[in-house]
Design a protein around this ligand. Structure first.
Ligand code: SF4
Ligand code: SF4
Length: 375
């Protein structure tokens, strides 16, 4: 049985921040009901019972995402700890990850993470100067709170990685961003290209409304989305910093480059989309609605509700199969491409947001010889 991948959104799209590029804010507003409320402890128990039945002893990965998943509260996660012991009669290995803005993290949260060996992803876009798009509900800066959370995780020796959204402020200051991470010994970095809203990616000037305090603001996304040439610039500069650290033996991990390295040495990538197709997974909203991927949690892609069915039925549904099959074909332009083994056309959601192909065709001639030499 292959691993079962669950992404659970215990508080739906609800969040204590209003980051100006939030893809899940945009995506949830493409739905009839943007927020799906809160997942109760009993609902979580039912989901996990069905997950253990389906997995039948094989690996389960559970990733808590939001919105801000910590808004579900400590008791919700303590309940999760208790049920993964009591319900796991066939002894599945359970790997737990959680993606957070870090603002709520305190000693008690660290105890919860530590007990079940969570891998915590903390979103921060570099230092106080470059983290400017990550603001709270009143539009205030959030850097200090997230930075304190990272330092606390580090002092408690909890596994964490830093997740940075690649926007114009980050690309324009990548050396500064990287040296901030290096100075703080944040060694596991994941850079994610900023996604344009799903329904309006073909409009020239997409606009998104955000509420800050009592007022509504139109956020002009053109201020921070990056072009193919900016992405190329980002890749080249960041890769040269990554290589320098490898040579110095500092060993900073950048998830994208670590995966290119694996592919360059004929191993499989661990990142979804980098093996040339989508990975079967279940993204579960707070009301139990299930989608084939966290990036496609819209009404159109709903596979059904886990409280009314089971994982095997959802996986076998025509919509779930079509979602994976659609990603299997190889585009004509890729068939003769020298870089297919590294690129494989990538994640289909990212593809509609950013012309990675152009960036990669200029980046790979520079990176490939180095990747081949590196181990
Ligand atoms: S759309 Fe991207 S992230 Fe989602 S399953 Fe496909 S490759 Fe993975
Ligand atoms: S670089 Fe472009 S043509 Fe080559 S494999 Fe990637 S997407 Fe296809």
């Amino acid at each position: 049985m292959p691993p079962l991948h669950l992404t659970i959104k215990p508080v739906s799209s609800n969040c204590n921040l209003r980051c100006k590029y939030c893809f899940y804010h945009d995506l949830s507003y493409c739905r009839e009901a943007p927020s799906r409320g809160l997942l109760r402890a009993e609902g979580l128990t039912e989901i996990m019972k069905k997950a253990f039945d389906y997995a039948d002893g094989s690996l389960i990965t559970v990733s808590f995402q939001g919105g801000e998943p910590l808004l579900a509260g400590k008791d919700f996660f303590r309940h999760f700890s208790s049920i993964i012991s009591s319900l796991n009669t066939k002894r599945s290995a359970v790997h737990i990850a959680l993606q957070t803005n870090g603002v709520l993290i305190d000693e008690d949260w660290c105890e919860i993470f530590s007990k079940n060996r969570y891998l915590v992803g903390v979103s921060i876009d570099g230092d106080a100067v470059t983290n400017i798009l990550r603001v709270d509900t009143k539009g205030n800066d959030t850097f200090d709170k997230t930075y304190s959370a990272l330092k606390l995780l580090q002092s408690k020796k909890i596994d964490f990685n830093v997740v940075t959204v690649v926007t114009k402020p980050v690309v324009n200051n990548i050396s500064r961003v990287y040296s901030f991470f290096r100075k703080n010994k944040f060694k596991h970095l994941h850079f994610v290209p900023c996604l344009k809203p799903m329904e309006v990616h073909d409009i020239d000037t997409p606009e998104t409304f955000y509420q800050y305090g009592d007022s509504w603001e139109i956020v002009d996304n053109e201020d921070f989305y990056i072009s193919a040439s900016e992405y190329e610039d980002f890749l080249k500069k960041t890769f040269s910093l990554y290589m320098r650290d490898c040579i110095d033996g500092r060993g900073t991990s950048i998830r994208l480059f670590d995966n290119f390295l694996r592919l360059a040495h004929s191993q499989k990538a661990e990142m979804c989309g980098m093996n040339g197709h989508c990975t079967p997974q279940f993204a579960i909203e707070a009301d139990g609605e299930v989608y084939p991927c966290e990036l496609y949690c819209t009404d159109k892609y709903s596979l059904g509700n886990i409280f009314e069915t089971d994982f095997a039925t959802l996986e076998g549904s025509p919509k779930a199969k079509a979602f994976i099959e659609e990603s299997m074909g190889i585009e004509t332009k890729c068939k003769d491409c020298n870089y297919y083994r590294l690129c494989k056309n990538g994640c289909k959601r990212e593809r509609i947001s950013l012309d990675k192909c152009t960036a990669y065709k200029n980046f790979f001639p520079y990176a490939l010889p180095h990747l081949k030499r590196m181990k």
